[in-house]
Design a protein around this ligand. Structure first.
Ligand code: AMP
Length: 567
């Protein structure tokens, strides 16, 4: 049974498998490599994932969710119609869809996957990703960082000329920078940095804001559907600006058709702040890796948003050279995850590669320190595993009781780079009892162990009594316990994915729905007529009628597209 590689992206997700000719992308039910990371609940209670759900984002935004990867590991929930889902549950539908498509394509059951996460994902976000895989019925023993996966796919480890490379990964919602070093069959991640809230979607939002400002539209007056429509118009304009010097956004709000013509230069000016935010993680990764910008032999672009010329220009100016484009930046991560999966399977046709990765954040605890005036100041962060330490890592620190007759010690498990604990992220807490005695008499050893998947385990040991407590840290206790997963799996099991063999026809119906809303007059009537006749053919299961109807609808959509964008 093969293990597949999955790139669970903010905007799109992909699966790949390893073949004797190397890693290959697995096409979905439409024959496409990319499955949009969009989930929608149909009126029939059916779950739609991918291209169909993306259409429904425009026609049924209240029943549809996207960009939920940004909320992984948080307590945010998404309400789709009358059902509420966590981000990992929505992600599990995406994974389930990829799994079904892979099983169909490979003709075998799939029970295990290597799933990628942004390098800069924290502990809670990685655990949520693992949980999403498990909810989808897949074992996820290995999580791989996206830039590391991309570097593997680029085959950089097989190139003799490249010793140090910087992977610049700008996806839909996250930004990662990794510095990797290669020698023979060893691939070392030297440092990672990033921003979990910066990606291509933010550039789309700039265009939406430009449009709203120009036409004096305030966001409060917009319905979810209006938002989704404008977002689509902005997304199209953004893609247009990747290959042309200007783009026209045209959208009807209220009864009025409104247009905005934007040049690539204007867009760049408006994106100044976003582009500036790309710089800090680059500088930090380079400095943590102990290299200079000039020492980087190669810059590799990964993630759809690196296709934007304004991003490419920005990076070229910063490094005074051009990035490498060897492989499709959309596919590199999934292909690398498939290579990692093959390594996990110990396949003979793969060159053994030793990978070392690092911990992206500093992990530590809260302590109180004695001030010059004799009083204690609490809430001070004490690092235990520093960021960019090679993993797996295990480090221990000794702490002492603070007060006389103290009977318990609370260990706060924190992640972050701030000196003050309140500005760092609380991952969990562990309490342990200590024998009463004078202040400072009892010592407690706190050991942090961070494994190759980026999962933290904490062990606390009281020296005098030998009592110890151990915990795998979970930010949302319970959300990923086996019992809870099983319970939720049962509930989710009752929700069926739309049957993949019907995907193409359903997609035409959803697309028709969108064009019907967007058009008027005779074109709208033609769409309505063709949709009715297509639905009748589907109801009567008339294969010839379905095929002809589908073809007529496709042609009609092309006409609609031309008429909508002709000016
Ligand atoms: P990913 O998460 O790697 O699939 O990246 C998705 C992001 O890349 C989305 O924000 C897309 O809008 C963006 N993207 C994909 N293709 C292009 C393109 N040709 N020009 C600009 N942005 C793109």
């Amino acid at each position: 049974m093969p293990i597949i590689g999955i790139d669970l992206g903010t905007t799109n997700s992909l699966a790949a498998h390893f073949t004797s000719e190397g890693p290959k992308i697995i096409p979905n039910s439409f024959g496409d490599a990319l499955t949009p990371s969009v989930v929608s609940v149909g009126e029939d209670g059916m779950i739609y994932v991918g291209k169909i759900a993306k259409e429904r984002l425009l026609t049924c935004p209240e029943h549809t969710a996207s960009v939920f990867k940004r909320s992984m590991g948080s307590e945010k929930t998404f309400t789709l119609g009358n059902r509420t889902f966590s981000p990992e549950e929505l992600s599990s539908f995406v994974i389930k869809k990829l799994k079904e498509d892979a099983e169909n394509f490979l003709g075998e059951q799939i029970s295990e996957a290597v799933v990628s996460t942004p390098a800069y994902f924290n502990d809670a976000q990685r655990k949520a990703t693992k949980a999403a895989g498990e909810l989808a019925g897949l074992r996820v023993e290995r999580i791989i960082s996206e830039p590391t996966a991309a570097a593997i796919a680029f085959g950089l480890h097989t190139s003799n000329d490249i010793a140090k490379c910087l992977v610049f990964d700008l996806g839909g919602g996250t930004f990662d920078v990794s510095i990797l070093e290669f020698s023979d069959n060893i691939m070392e991640v030297r440092a990672v940095a990033g921003d979990n809230y910066l990606g291509g979607e933010d550039f789309t939002e700039i265009l939406m804001q430009m449009f709203m400002r120009t036409h004096g539209i305030s966001p409060e007056t917009m319905t979810p559907r209006a938002f989704a429509e404008l977002n689509k118009v902005a997304e199209d304009a953004k893609l247009e600006l990747s290959s042309r010097k200007n783009a026209v956004m045209s959208w009807t709000f209220g009864e009025e058709a409104r247009v905005l013509d934007i040049s690539a230069d204007e867009f760049e000016v408006h994106c100044k702040n976003l582009l500036a935010r790309l710089k800090a993680p680059i500088i930090r990764a380079v400095s943590d890796a102990g290299v200079r910008l000039a020492d980087v032999d190669s810059i590799v672009f990964v993630g759809g948003a690196t296709k934007m010329p304004i991003v490419q220009n920005f990076v070229s100016r910063l490094f005074k050279r051009f990035p490498v484009f060897g492989i499709n930046p959309d596919e590199a991560v999934a292909l690398g995850a498939a290579v990692q999966a093959a390594m996990k399977e110990r396949r003979e046709d793969i060159r053994e590669l030793i990978l070392t990765d690092v911990c992206p954040f500093t992990l530590g605890t809260a302590v109180s320190v004695r001030q010059d005036n004799g009083f204690f100041r609490s809430g001070v962060f004490q690092p235990i595993i520093e960021r960019n330490t090679v993993i797996p890592a295990s480090r221990s620190e000794r702490f002492y009781t603070l007060y006389a007759n103290q009977t318990s010690v609370k260990i706060e498990i924190l992640q972050g780079e701030s000196r003050r604990t309140k500005d760092n992220v609380l991952l969990g807490e562990l309490d342990i009892s200590v024998p009463a005695g004078p202040a400072g008499q009892e010592s407690i050893d706190v050991r942090y162990t961070y494994d190759v998947n980026g999962i933290l385990e904490v062990e606390v040991n009281v020296e005098s009594t030998g009592e110890s407590r151990r915990a795998i840290i979970e930010k949302n206790p319970g959300s990923t316990t086996p019992e809870q997963i099983e319970q939720r799996m049962k509930e989710l099991h009752s929700l069926k994915l739309h049957p993949r063999e019907k995907d193409r026809n359903r997609y035409l119906l959803e697309k028709g729905e969108r064009y019907y809303r967007m058009t008027t007059g005779s074109l709208r009537q033609r769409i309505a007529d063709e949709m009715n006749s297509f639905e009748s053919a589907l109801d009567s299961q008339n294969p010839k009628g379905i095929e002809d109807g589908a073809e007529r609808l496709r042609r009609l959509f092309e006409d609609a597209e031309d008429s909508l964008y002709e000016d």
